[in-house]
Ligand binder design. Structure first.
Ligand code: NAD
Length: 436
């Protein structure tokens, strides 16, 4: 089939590449000329495990091409995916200007039947708005389908190739049949393509992300309470998670959720509720608790240094909002860095993938190291913000040797308390007793 993908970010590039992998002819469109040039030169512009192999293979096979021309994209594809940003607007709502702006252009350009598939995360009613924007100028038939994306950064390729489910919101049989045909190779194991109306599909995505953000936040509150009463959140987590109604996943406490999706999606659903006279009280709490959770380590750090961080140097392990990505959008590490800088401290940081993105944001306000050990040299303490695997079994002797004080503030509970006790390191984590 002939496919076009408009917007070539984490979702668009993975979508385009994976659809090429199943034999479709794909054109990816992006307004970012530099990005398009990079991709034409064979460079994957984001870090996403396994993407490079598929990317290279499909470019070589001439099934994957890149352009800045929306017209070229629209002329090519029978199915047009919108994988455009829907960032948080000032009032917390999803900014639909990218999606509706492109929809407006689509109406002016298309001259034969197309299926426009919205993959961006958008509020209920957006498919209707997209339809109206296109219909304003379109001189041919078209259908608009809502097909929210559930891939996780860091596992995006696997998630796309083997989705647990595909949600399709459509009221056109013709469009539904085309989409089912396109996705058939991805659900051979029997996972469902769930067909529903557009509004339900749009809400499914917000409901899923908000539920997961709530689960994380609930556990963070349990962790905070554990600290008050001397319980161990690791034990509580295991005790709870083995109940199959609850499940083991998303129960790990830490310094809050971040990324390009959960924060903005929870806020957007909350704001949509408000606009429709529904007060999502749970989501309001989730937003508030997560904001304070991101800096929950700061009072512990300030206490340890007797209230004065001026002139202290902190080594940070992990900057990305989660492991296996270079994405730093809403990453808790940034809240911690901002807070420490405002208190007069200096920051040295190491992350396997995200340092370039952080350097672009902070300039020379912080320094970076090439290795997880180099960054410790003469630092007053180590702070762990992202649970990259390489941090899980470190050489504690090197840590003790290089740090000025043998103290770790661990925002991701990477180590067993018994191991830390043996190492004689001062250790603060989340929802567990301090080791001093
Ligand atoms: P992104 O910011 O990584 O990529 C968006 C791309 O669109 C950029 O390359 C940008 O240059 C391009 N773009 C902007 N305006 C354009 C235009 N007019 N024409 C062509 N290209 C244009 O965004 P993303 O993370 O891929 O997210 C896209 C959507 O998918 C969002 O709604 C997001 O909420 C949703 N989503 C994201 C994820 C994720 O893990 N990142 C997962 C599921 C859903």
């Amino acid at each position: 089939m002939k496919i076009s993908v408009i917007g070539t970010g984490y979702v668009g590039l993975v979508t385009g590449t994976c659809l090429a992998e199943t034999g479709n002819e794909v054109i990816c469109v992006d307004i970012d000329e530099q990005k398009v040039q990079k991709m034409r030169d064979g460079e994957v512009p984001i870090y996403e495990p396994h993407l490079d192999v598929l990317f290279e293979r499909n470019i070589k096979a001439n099934r994957l091409r890149f352009t800045t021309s929306l017209k070229e994209g629209l002329d090519h594809g029978d199915i047009i995916f919108l994988a455009l940003p829907t960032p948080e607007d000032e009032d917390g709502s999803a900014d639909l200007s990218y999606v509706l702006g492109v929809s407006d252009e689509i109406g002016k350009i298309i001259s034969e039947y197309k299926v426009i598939v919205d993959k961006s995360t958008v509020p209920v009613g957006t498919a209707e708005k997209v339809h109206s924007a296109i219909a304003l100028n379109a001189k041919c038939d078209f259908d608009v389908v809502s097909n929210p994306e559930f891939l996780r950064e860091g596992f995006a390729v696997d998630d796309f190739l083997k989705p647990e489910r595909i949600v399709v919101g459509s009221s056109s049989d013709r469009a539904t049949e085309l989409i089912k045909k396109l996705y058939k190779p991805f659900v051979r194991s029997g996972n469902p393509i769930i067909i529903m109306d557009e509004k339900s599909a749009e809400l499914t995505k917000y409901a899923a992300n908000s539920f997961l953000a709530t689960k994380i936040t609930f556990m963070n509150e349990i962790a905070n309470y554990c600290e008050k009463v001397g319980a161990d959140v690791d034990m509580v987590r295991r005790g709870m998670g083995t109940d199959s109604r609850i499940g083991k996943r998303f129960l790990f406490p830490g310094i809050g959720y971040g990324g390009s999706c959960f924060p903005k999606d929870v806020k957007a659903l909350h704001k949509s509720g408000k606009d429709d006279n529904y007060d999502f009280k749970i989501l309001e709490s989730v937003i508030e608790v997560n904001q304070s959770q991101k800096v929950v380590l700061i009072p512990k750090i300030v206490d340890y240094f007797s209230g004065d961080l001026k002139g202290k140097t902190f080594a940070i392990w992990g900057l990305a909002f989660k492991p296996e990505t270079d994405d730093i959008r809403e990453a808790p590490a940034l809240n911690i860095i901002d807070s420490l800088l405002s208190k007069g401290a200096s920051i040295k940081a190491f992350d396997p993938e995200a340092m370039d993105n952080v350097a672009r944001k902070y300039g020379d306000k912080i320094t970076f190291s090439k290795s997880m050990y180099e960054v410790l040299d003469k630092a007053d303490a180590l702070i762990i913000c992202t649970e990259w695997s390489i941090f899980r079994t470190p050489d504690f002797d090197r840590i003790k040797n290089d740090l000025t004080n043998d103290v770790i503030f661990d925002g991701r509970n990477l180590y067993d308390l018994t191991d830390i006790e043996k190492e004689e390191i001062t250790y603060f984590s989340i929802g567990r007793k301090d080791i001093k």
